[in-house]
Ligand binder design. Structure first.
Ligand SMILES: NC(=O)c1ccc[n+]([C@@H]2O[C@H](COP(=O)([O-])OP(=O)(O)OC[C@H]3O[C@@H](n4cnc5c(N)ncnc54)[C@H](OP(=O)(O)O)[C@@H]3O)[C@@H](O)[C@H]2O)c1
Length: 328
């Protein structure tokens, strides 16, 4: 593909939101050692993508400008670099491009170690949504929450906040694979949707009961997958089981303060910050669940690359039901 050009969308400085995205023609990247060049079939947006643009991770990210955003993609392998053993041209894949980004383009380069084969039963758009969002849900419930997602495990009460969003809609479904009672929060318009994902009870976060996170059936939560923001520890604490854990996926300074206080007071109730690690192993597990019909991706909206700004704005608004997808 040397010398071939592609359409891409990048930004050249911090800030600017959707208006800061620029459509450009740029050379197709070349795969290095252990890397795969893929033709992007679908990419999904996560809030971290526009948070990076806002400068929330400066000076670590972006490493340099211009920067092509998006890490979660699905596509077709067109070329492999030296040392790639498990993929060949024509393979359909799902991958996470990591900190390098590059998914808002016709072609992107992925590491072989972060890539899996996409089962034919999983569409490119559905597969492209699994990376950060579904891996965060899986990691929260299993690695941190200690659940096996198996009906034979001891019963647990799980709370998922912002259950209508990208992470939350996967967390509800994954939690229900285990022996769980799931309480969820979302806006009034999404209550039936979240019930359809399997939640046992749903609270409207704009009501006093919803804001208090109080289970209507009196459950005390063993595991909380906290996908909303701005809820203090003092709201969670009275609703937790004696060894309940709140997994905070958007931890701010107060979360780290709570963690420190939990630690020095030997509290059995804990707040645990979490950073997603979309490994190939987790992607394999999630793609298998989708293939078997045990997990579904709900797509709020899908946009062609030519309308990438609209997709970006939709995610920034924070009111998506499920995932926002870009398809070159
Ligand atoms: N730590 C990590 O590695 C990691 C990984 C992924 C995501 N995150 C973070 O986790 C958060 C959620 O990500 P996401 O992709 O799920 O976001 P998202 O898809 O943009 O979430 C949007 C949804 O959240 C709902 N919502 C917003 N505030 C709520 C509240 N207070 N209570 C209940 N529902 C609420 C919205 O409902 P309405 O429209 O009704 O308001 C909307 O349906 C973001 O802050 C993101 O940066 C962190």
């Amino acid at each position: 593909m040397a010398g071939k050009m592609m359409q891409a969308v990048w930004y050249t400085c911090y800030g600017g939101g959707a208006a800061g995205l620029k459509h450009v023609e740029t050379p197709v990247p070349a795969p290095g050692n252990g890397e795969i060049l893929l033709k992007v079939e679908a990419a999904s947006i996560n809030p971290v993508d526009w948070k990076i643009q806002k400068g929330m991770m400066r000076p670590i990210l972006p490493r340099k400008f211009p920067y092509i955003p998006l890490g979660d993609v699905a596509g077709e392998v067109v070329e492999v670099g030296v040392g790639v053993k498990n993929f060949k041209a024509g393979d359909k894949i799902i991958t996470n491009l990591g900190l390098a980004g590059g998914g808002m383009a016709e072609y992107a380069v992925a590491k072989e170690t972060s890539t899996i084969q996409r089962p034919s039963e999983v569409s490119a758009a559905d597969g492209a949504c699994l990376g950060i969002a579904a891996c965060t849900a899986l990691q929260s419930l299993t690695t941190v929450g200690g659940l096996k997602l198996d009906k034979n495990e001891p019963r647990s009460n799980v709370l998922v906040t912002a259950a209508s969003g990208g992470v939350g809609h996967y967390a509800v479904q994954l939690a229900k694979l285990g022996n769980t009672h799931v309480t969820a929060t979302c806006g009034a318009r999404n209550i039936e949707f979240v019930k359809s994902l399997g939640a046992d009870e749903v609270l409207d976060y704009k009501t006093p009961e919803g804001a208090a996170l109080k289970s209507p059936s009196g459950q005390k939560y063993d595991v909380v997958v906290h996908c909303a923001t701005g809820i203090p520890w003092s709201t969670f604490e009275p609703n937790l089981a004696p060894t309940g854990k709140v997994i905070d996926i958007t931890p701010g300074p107060s979360a780290f303060w709570t963690l420190a206080v939990n630690t020095i007071t030997f509290s059995k109730k804990k707040l645990q910050p979490l950073l997603a690690t979309p490994t190939a192993e987790r992607l394999e597990c999630l793609a298998k669940l989708v293939k078997e019909g045990k997990l579904k991706t709900v797509i709020d909206s899908s946009y062609p690359l030519s309308k990438a700004e609209e997709a970006w704005a939709k995610s920034i608004e924070g009111h998506a039901t499920g995932k926002v997808v870009v398809e070159p």
